[in-house]
Design a protein around this ligand. Structure first.
Ligand code: ASP
Ligand code: MG
Length: 424
């Protein structure tokens, strides 16, 4: 008997018939002799609709109340799912994040999980019940307020609960058959990846592949918990994410490039005319750190000989841009830079693959493909297993397709099926 944790995303529980179908799947897993814990997201686009509603009553809703509102989405789906399972003659109990023992810090909107104390879930399992847990939420250790983990956070709930229960596997059910070599909505010839290492998955998640929440992968890697990403609309084997497949003794030859990810959610800020002196960059990035802004790429140009000044550009989540600009304006007279430029019409395209460590020429081939597609590169950053470029927002689709083709990732036959969801 295994302990299986299953997470169903919003598109898998979008309406009553979806919920009934998922209930059948859960009952089948239970009947096969497993203990089952289920994490659910809010139905369909509920979270977005609740956010829209909040905006209608207040342009800047207090974080505490926004979290209170958003967590109601998962409470609806967890209760309905428990009812649907009961209707199939099996016992199920639903639990809010707080009841399930998901303890977080007090940062509303993007709380971090500090601990999971799943006493009530364990009790339910001991009684032979199926436990249903509301994803994406927890309770703050010190304020005792309800918190949310950030958009897409149910994945993280699932992995954290699975780790705390020492589950055998965490299955993440979504509306596609697994993790693909690119977003099938942009590259119809995208291929499903059968197995992927934690580090590649981390890079993919960090680079905008919407398939898994970044923190969920970090968590899974830390606890070495295998994740199986698969579709709730089919019974096909999905993508297995675990410790580097090469060290796990598989015979399969890994491709050099595992996938191409893209991200349109970032913006670029350029600090123009920064004096080329020791400590200036530190002053700028300290200011941004104090404002709790996560910087992604940074480029500093060579300073112009005539002026001794340079431009520093960086990318950040578009949502944080206003805060960053305000914080930087406050230090303009101290750092004595000329001006600030803001551009939110950018996109990031990333090539990811552990194989690039041992294969020269990957960068040249990538840039050549972009050039052939008429795409201009604005910024570049790399890690050991990733190359990312910033391009004009309008060029993202062309760039992703060009890179996908250049590294022979295109499937011979279209195999990516998007079963549901609005991709919102
Ligand atoms: N319902 C939340 C969201 O849409 C959490 C999740 O789906 O994982 O972001
Ligand atoms: Mg959702």
């Amino acid at each position: 008997m295994a302990l299986v944790v299953q997470k169903y995303g919003g598109s898998s529980v979008a309406d009553a018939s979806c919920i009934k179908r998922v209930a059948q799947r859960i009952v089948a897993t239970k009947k096969a002799g497993n203990d089952v814990v289920v994490i659910v997201s809010a139905m369909g686009d509920t979270t977005d609709e609740l956010l829209d509603l909040a905006k209608q009553v207040s342009p800047l809703p207090p974080g505490r109340e926004l979290d209170m509102l958003l967590t109601s989405g998962e409470r609806i789906s967890m209760a309905l799912l428990a009812m649907a399972i009961a209707n199939l003659g099996h016992e199920a109990r639903s639990f809010t994040g707080s009841q399930a023992g998901v303890i977080t810090d007090s940062t509303h909107g993007r709380a971090r999980i500090i601990d999971v104390t799943p006493g009530r879930i364990q009790e339910a399992l001991d009684l032979g019940q199926i436990a249903i847990v509301a994803g994406f939420q927890g309770v703050s250790q010190d304020t005792k307020d309800i918190t949310t983990l950030g958009r897409g956070g149910s994945d993280t709930t699932a992995v954290a609960v699975a780790a705390a229960l020492e589950a055998d596997v965490c299955e993440i059910y979504t509306d596609v058959d697994g993790i693909f070599t690119a977003d099938p909505r942009i590259v119809p010839a995208a291929r499903q990846i059968p197995r992927l290492s934690f580090e590649e998955t981390l890079e993919m998640a960090a680079c905008g592949a919407k398939i898994l929440h970044l923190r969920c992968v970090e968590y899974a890697r830390k606890y070495r918990l295998p994740i199986h990403v698969r579709s709730s609309f089919s019974t096909r084997e999905g993508t297995w994410v675990f410790t580097d497949p090469k060290t796990e003794g598989t015979e399969m030859e890994q491709p050099i490039i595992s996938g191409v990810a893209h991200d349109r959610s970032e913006a670029k800020i350029t600090v123009v005319g920064v004096p080329d002196k020791i400590g200036e960059a530190a002053a700028i990035f300290n200011t941004l750190a104090d404002a709790e802004i996560n910087i992604d790429m940074i480029v500093q140009n060579v300073s112009a000989a005539a002026t001794g000044r340079t431009d520093i550009s960086f990318t950040l989540p578009t949502n944080d841009a206003q805060t960053a600009l305000t914080a930087l304006k406050k230090i303009q007279s101290k750092v004595v830079f000329d001006s600030l430029l803001f551009d939110d019409r950018i996109g990031k395209v990333s090539l990811i693959g552990a194989g690039m460590r041992s294969h020269p020429g990957v960068t040249a081939k990538f840039f050549g493909a972009l050039a052939d597609a008429g795409v201009n590169i604005e910024m570049i950053s790399t890690s050991e297993i990733r190359i990312s470029v910033v391009v004009d927002e309008d060029d993202v689709d062309a760039a992703v397709n060009a890179a996908h083709r250049a590294f022979d990732l295109d499937a011979d036959e279209v195999e990516a099926v998007v079963y549901g969801g609005t991709g919102r």
